[in-house]
Design a protein around this ligand. Structure first.
Ligand SMILES: [Zn+2]
Length: 504
């Protein structure tokens, strides 16, 4: 059994969870569930980034104590992840003592390596990005990502991290480890950035009290990214014994907008502290609607709770990962276009193709075999399903989640076409076709179980339901034990609708 430590970016505690947060959690959750199905020992961590200027300002605006405010925000995120069936093993918060302890220890290592010095910072700081911005990066005098916000000129005495000293080592690592930054488009961006040279960066702030005190100088707090990135090691117990059992991480899942922090600053911090680098940083694209510019009323239509309620959490997970390729962007022209596609896929893929397949199969076995599931010979459907599982494994190993879903759904389409071709209702009338009917019915059940297993990373609740309705015992089998664990009898309680149809 191999260990697979998987993380997402921790979410910034200055607002409510939205579709972008959900997209990342759902994708990472599908990967975690897939690895468990393959028999890996998985540790899956998500969490909250709770310090920094922007959180401090938000708490001030709300006239709240910052700790009280982040506690409340963290609760809202936690409830959302629960409603979406995210199967994380830990939820790390950067205001926890275990985290502050780790940041302290890591910065002391970096200091001891001679990579910290004091200097004066003069330049711009975007509180929304929590990032220092060079004059050349500004567009019309504002942060390129936050054109509606004023950017603040900042002059302060800071501790600096000697990032520039790591450029050559980073380049060498990225060049010799093509798997380190994925997909390749992101890797190329970072290579270009490094080829342009690296400046040292601030590691502390002197006017932002809401943060971890800088080791040895309580007049400073740790710059929020230097505080946030170590969550990946604090969550598994750094610097205490046992942390090496999970480190280095197999995979950091992040958004494509924070690659510079994860593929340049974080690995340089680790190198400075003498720690190994994560195996892979995967930067997913964005699912956008109207280019990301929405009116208030449009944004309300995309309220997460409403979207999850629309067709249930599994359908929501399905639509996001089915529509947006995990390695690129997807932009819907409008909210209406997104919702209409959501309804169409729900009706066509889930209610019709998958829901009907289950119903037809269960009712034929009840009718022709009195609920007893025949084994029968292998058919052309078994062959098609075995090929689909191979395609699924290849796609999921390569983190092409959209292709993984496609492989699972291809079995559903094959099985429906197989019913139309073999016409079991005709076979049932012909006593000479008993063996053939057994083979057809048995392979339909196998197709459904294989579908349930392969789609379970995406729709865990509904896939368990398919398994139970077919008479499966306990939890869904892993990929390698499907054949040994096939159900033998449709339970009496199998009736009901998997995906209720939309009201006309
Ligand atoms: Zn910004």
């Amino acid at each position: 059994m191999s260990r697979f430590y998987l993380t997402t970016a921790i979410d910034y505690a200055n607002g409510d969870p939205h579709m972008g947060h959900a997209f990342e959690k759902i994708g990472a959750d599908a990967i975690a569930r897939y690895r468990r199905l393959r028999g890996d020992d998985v540790w899956f961590v998500i969490g909250m980034d709770e310090h920094g200027q922007s959180v401090q300002q938000e708490a001030e605006r709300q006239e709240r104590d910052p700790q009280e405010w982040v506690d409340e925000v963290a609760d809202r995120f936690r409830v959302t992840w629960e409603s979406l069936d995210i199967s994380h093993d830990d939820f790390i918060r950067t205001t926890e003592p275990r985290h502050e302890h780790a940041v302290d220890a890591l910065l002391e290592k970096i200091q001891a390596a001679g990579d910290i010095y004091t200097a004066r910072y003069e330049g711009y700081y975007c509180a929304r990005c929590e990032a220092f911005r060079k004059e050349a990066e500004l567009v019309d005098g504002r942060c390129p990502l936050h054109p509606n916000r004023d950017i603040v000129w900042t002059e302060e005495e800071n501790y600096f991290f000697r990032l520039s000293g790591y450029r050559d080592r980073l380049l060498a690592h990225i060049e010799s480890h093509p798997e380190f930054i994925q997909p390749p488009s992101r890797r190329n961006e970072i290579l270009r950035l490094l080829e342009g040279g690296l400046d040292d960066i601030s590691a502390s702030r002197s006017r932002v009290p809401w943060g971890v005190p800088f080791p040895g100088d309580p007049g400073h707090t740790v710059y929020v990214w230097f505080d946030a990135l170590p969550n990946y090691i604090s969550a598994i117990g750094y610097p205490d014994e046992g942390f090496e059992a999970w480190w280095p991480a197999a995979l950091h899942v992040i958004g494509k907008d924070i690659t510079r922090f994860h593929c340049v600053i974080w690995p340089a911090m680790l190198m400075s502290a003498g720690l190994p680098l994560p195996e892979t940083v995967w930067a997913h694209g964005f699912l956008m609607i109207g280019g990301g510019k929405l009116s208030k009323s449009e944004a309300q239509l995309l309220d997460l709770e409403r979207l999850i309620d629309r067709h249930g959490p599994d359908a929501f997970r399905y639509i996001l990962l089915r529509e947006a390729a995990w390695d690129s962007d997807r932009d819907f022209p409008s909210v209406e276009a997104f919702l209409s596609q959501f309804d169409t896929r729900y009706e066509a893929d889930l209610a019709n193709d998958l829901g009907n397949l289950l119903n037809r199969t269960v009712s034929m076995i009840n009718k022709y075999r009195d609920g007893s599931i025949p084994i029968g010979e292998e058919t052309e459907l078994d062959v098609a399903c075995n090929e689909a599982i191979e395609a699924w494994i290849e796609a999921m190993d390569g983190l092409r989640l959209h292709q993984g879903i496609e492989a699972g759904m291809s079995m559903v389409r094959s099985a429906n076409a197989f019913i139309d071709q073999t016409q079991p209702w005709k076979l049932a009338k012909d006593p000479e076709q008993v063996t053939r009917l057994d083979a057809v019915l048995g392979s339909l059940v196998r197709a459904l179980v294989r579908t349930a297993v392969t789609l379970s990373p995406f729709m865990p609740g509904k896939c368990e339901e398919i398994w139970t309705r077919l008479g499966g015992d306990g939890k869904l089998p892993g990929v390698d034990s499907i054949v040994e664990r096939l159900p033998s009898r449709i339970p009496d309680s199998a009736a009901g609708v998997l995906f209720p149809r939309l009201e006309a």
